[in-house]
Structures are given as structure tokens and as C-alpha cells.
Design a protein around this ligand. Sequence first.
Ligand code: ADP
Ligand code: MG
Length: 356
Amino acid sequence: MNAALLSLKNISMEYSNFIAVDDLNLDIKKGEFISLMGPSGCGKSTTLRMMAGLDNPTSGALYLDGESQLEVPTEKRGMPMVWQNFALFPFLNVQKNIEFPLKMQGVPSEARSKKAAEWIERMGLTEFAKRNISQLSGGQRQRVALARALVTEPRILLLDEPLSALDSHLRIKMQTELVRLHKELGITFIYVTHSQSEAFTMSDRVVIMNQGKVQQIGTPKQIYRAPNNAFVAEFIGMNNLIPGAVLRLEDKTAEIRTDLGIFKARSFVGAQKDTPSKLVIAADCIHLDGSGEQKISGKISGEEFVGSVITLFIELKNGQEFKVQKQQHEVESLNLKYGADLTLSWNAENAFLLAS
Ligand code: ADP
Ligand code: MG
């Protein structure tokens, strides 16, 4: 017996001469908040559409609670979808939009309005109940779309970049609302996004995709601290990668020769001696006070300030740019100047090799 609520087995979607989703395997647990993340065109929406039954895979199987879904039409799968462009009915007011799926299910009028009223209140839409969709802001529209999807009490909610049409302030506010809803309702959220901050803030697990293939599945922390391959390390940002060739491989440590010198590193997923590889050092594992064992020098070429955290951009001798992430107060106390020479350092235990 498979413990997964929703199970995708060797799912592929092939268009005439293009594979949009390539042999995807994924088990989603009941109550999980899982995100599919990856660059534009990597197959996220296609995967979600196949779950919803809007598209059928060219091969593979899809199980809900152990039952094959490929013959089950969209409306019977009970996995409503929330879209980036909201996809509300412009000719219906807020209340009628929210009632619509219940009407389709044949719920009597009185029960429908009662249920819709509950969701209108829950989503803070009471004063807009009789308004037309065109008279609502983006955030209000997205709350209507969420209410319309949730009013039927589905077991799974599918969300395709639902926040990307909103401004950044509202996006953060809606993230909090989504997390709260997910907790309160205990239903499974499957969330598509290209935004790392959205995926990492809200999800229990994240699936990183590229070119139709799953690259890594893990908790945000696993993906951040232990990327599987160079694509993941690069895609999630805030990692520094130096290409080189593996010089020495021992039980727990390795050495890599790069055009910036020879460095020691921990672990080596897929690395082999004399093969091209990449040394990975997370931006927040780099010291500015020279206290790490491995050293490299460069010049400050820029900075990016986000709240209490600052990212420094350091130009290395070979022209490569390194990112260093520090607390603002720590950087301030060092009194750094643009263009000044700087020694970056890290400990070998915070550096690892990935096959390139
Ligand atoms: P994402 O949501 O990750 O941005 P999609 O799943 O929408 O990506 O698309 C994945 C790939 O499949 C894209 O390259 C897209 O152009 C292609 N694709 C999507 N739908 C079709 C279609 N109907 N015919 C041909 N190619 C398609
Ligand atoms: Mg998409």
C-alpha cells in the first residue's frame, strides 16, 4: 500500500518533437505543502495540468489514494486550480463566483449561499460580496479565486504561480495568508512557482525541475545546504561555484584544482578523479576577517542591501564574481570600501564538490 495521497509514476508529456515533462516520479503526502520550482519552460505548469486532468500524459500513471486518475475527468478529480490570472467569471459577482462550483455539483441554492458566505467572511471579502470582479484589486481577486477553489472542500489545491501578478508587498502578505489557510484546512497544497523565496518560505518540500526533469526533491534546507548537482546549486542562487578538476579524492575530503588555486572540500556527489567538477561555497559561509582555512582574494564591486542582510559582490582575479552574505552590522564594522582588496576565506567543511 502506497502511503502517498497523490502519486506520479514515470509521467511524461511529449509534444510533436518536444518533451515538456520527462519521466517524472513524485509522491505527495496528505496535508503536505509542496512546491514545483524551476526556470520558465521547465514543465511546471504542464505537470500541474496533468494532475488536474486538463492534459493527459503521453505515458506514465497518476494515482490518487492508490486509484488511477487518467480516466477520471477534471471535475471528478476534486483538485481545483488557482491561476496567476485568477480566471474568475467577469459576468458574475464575488458571491456568484464563489458559489459557482457548488452550483455545478448540484448543491441547492440556500446551502450554496450559506457556504459561500462562510468563505466570503473567512477571506475578508464581506464588503465586496455583491461587487463585480472588475471592481476588485488584484489581491481581492486572488482571494475570491482561492475561496472559489476551496468552497468545495477539496483534498488537494493546485496553485500555478498564484501570486506573480501581485505587487511585492501584497505577495508577501498573501504568502502569509496561504500558509495560514494551509495550516487551518489541513489540505494538500501543490504550488508552482519560479520564485525561490516563495517556495522556500511556504513549502514543506520543494521539487526543483529543469528541462522537464526532476533535479532534486527535498526540504528547503536540504536543497539549500546540499544541492544534488551544479544546476540546483546555481539555480537557487547564493552559492559560489568554481569550476575545476578533481585532483585528489579521499574518504571524507577531496581536492580540486581551479584557475584560482587548489582547494580542499568535503563530500563529492558524483565526483571522480581528473574529471571536471565544481567547488561550491554558500555565500553565507564566507568570512571577511580571514579566519577560514581556504583563502582567495578579490575586490569589492558592488553590494545589495535587503533588510538586515547584505550581499557583497567581489570580483576575483580571474574576473569571476563571488557573493558574500553577511549581517549588515558585521559589514558596517569592517568599514569596507569599493575597489579595496579583500581576503575571502572559508573552511573546507563548508565547501563541497559537485559533478559539472
Ligand atoms: P513552465 O510552467 O515551467 O514555465 P510549461 O509546463 O508551461 O513550463 O511548458 C513546458 C514546455 O512545454 C515549454 O517549453 C512550452 O513551450 C512547452 N509546451 C507547453 N504546452 C505546449 C503545447 N501545447 N505544444 C507544444 N509545446 C508546449
Ligand atoms: Mg507555467
